[in-house]
Ligand binder design. Structure first.
Ligand code: SAH
Length: 352
């Protein structure tokens, strides 16, 4: 695979064009073009410069392969990378704007028992420019520009563990939030982690005040370890300390994801245990009814059970909401689309 031009910031592009003997202003033209989702071969620069760039850089690092539209307007995208790997993303329409869910890795190695993304393990990390291109491609396909974006919010909740690909994800966040680019502000970005504590602590020092979200799914380390192997490496107490560090550094309250798994983590005692763990902290709990994955045996809960759990938390003084499930008719859960596509086409994910 060639290199990814979208990995470069404007100052890095300036250094590149100067090294090619071109005028500095070409860098801004290239940057603007790329941020509009253009391929190198479509950039508004002289043909000789495009040809020179194409010798070393991928023309289209992320290509829209298929789009599935749900009855509720949610769109699910299957993207092909330059090396043939597939990733997926989702665009959800909310009253406050369109939110795109993006992937940060091809596959995942965290091994959560309820998740489809991790079924085939980690294939590879995405580069910063590949992650960014997921958004650039969708913004363009939906008729958005840099002034009138079609994507308003971004959540890092697709396939992959963002903090397992830390450097590329941080670089991506700087590109995404930089002025002159697609410029989505940090408060419109949510990053979800399974709780890699050292990386959470490092991230608090990066000065990126986004919505930090942690996948908790249990209120004790023992119960958490039943579905999340990462719980054997990092304790909930240390995750909470790292969240507090993030709050002190950014002033942003943090969010916990809690997927309700039938017979596992959703009776009244679990709700009270979760509430006493989180009581008094500057946090919010997002409840999600487990999205059943056919390769996994875990079961979901009824809407009634989910609201009952929400009621217990609220009575205990915890700020919480039950997340509306969207796009379930088109394979809403992480990794489901890629998994079913690979199965349908009998196409094992390529290794690289
Ligand atoms: N690796 C990151 C982000 C990816 S997943 C993380 O672990 O947070 C985004 C969220 O969806 C996580 O909270 C994850 O635990 C949850 N999730 C994954 N599969 C799910 C499923 N089948 N049903 C409900 N939630 C799921």
């Amino acid at each position: 695979m060639k290199r990814i031009l979208q990995d470069l910031s404007l100052p890095e592009l300036e250094a590149l064009v100067l090294s090619l003997g071109e005028k500095k202003f070409r860098a801004a033209q290239i940057f603007q073009g790329l941020m509009h989702g253009k391929k190198i071969s479509e950039l508004p620069v002289p043909a000789a410069l495009r040809a020179r760039l194409l010798e070393e850089y991928e023309d289209e690092p992320v290509r829209l392969q298929e789009v599935f539209t749900s009855q509720d307007g949610t769109k699910k995208y299957l993207f092909a990378l330059a090396d043939g790997n597939l990733i997926e993303g989702v665009l959800m329409q909310y009253k406050y704007g369109a939110t795109q869910c993006i992937s940060t890795q091809v596959g995942c190695r965290m091994g959560c028992k309820f998740c489809a993304s991790t079924l085939g393990g980690l294939i590879r990390n995405l580069t910063a420019g590949e992650i960014l291109s997921e958004i650039l491609v969708v913004n363009r396909a939906e008729g958005g520009t840099l002034k009138e974006r079609a994507v308003h919010n971004v959540v890092l909740m697709g396939s992959g563990e963002p903090f397992d690909n830390y450097d590329n994800v941080v670089k991506f966040l700087r590109l995404l939030t930089s002025e002159g680019g697609i410029h989505i502000s940090a408060r419109n970005i949510s990053l979800s982690t399974c709780g890699l504590v050292p990386k959470m602590r490092a991230f608090a020092k990066e000065g990126i005040p986004l919505n930090l979200t942690v996948s908790l799914h249990a209120s004790s380390d023992e119960e958490r370890a039943r579905t999340m192997p990462v719980a054997n490496a990092y304790k909930i107490a240390d995750i909470l300390k790292a969240c507090d560090e993030y709050f002190r550094a950014t002033g942003r309250r943090y969010i916990f994801e809690y997927s309700l798994i039938g017979g596992e983590n959703c009776d009244e005692a679990h709700a009270h245990a979760l509430a006493s763990l989180l009581k008094g902290r500057p946090c919010h709990v997002n409840l999600i009814r487990l999205n059943e994955v056919k390769e996994r045996s875990l079961k979901s809960v009824s809407e009634k059970e989910a609201y009952r759990f929400l009621g217990y938390l609220e009575k205990d003084g915890i700020s919480a909401t039950l997340r509306r499930s969207m796009g379930s008719d088109i394979g809403g859960a992480c990794g489901q689309l890629r998994a079913s596509y690979l199965e349908k086409t009998n196409n094992a994910p390529p290794m690289s």
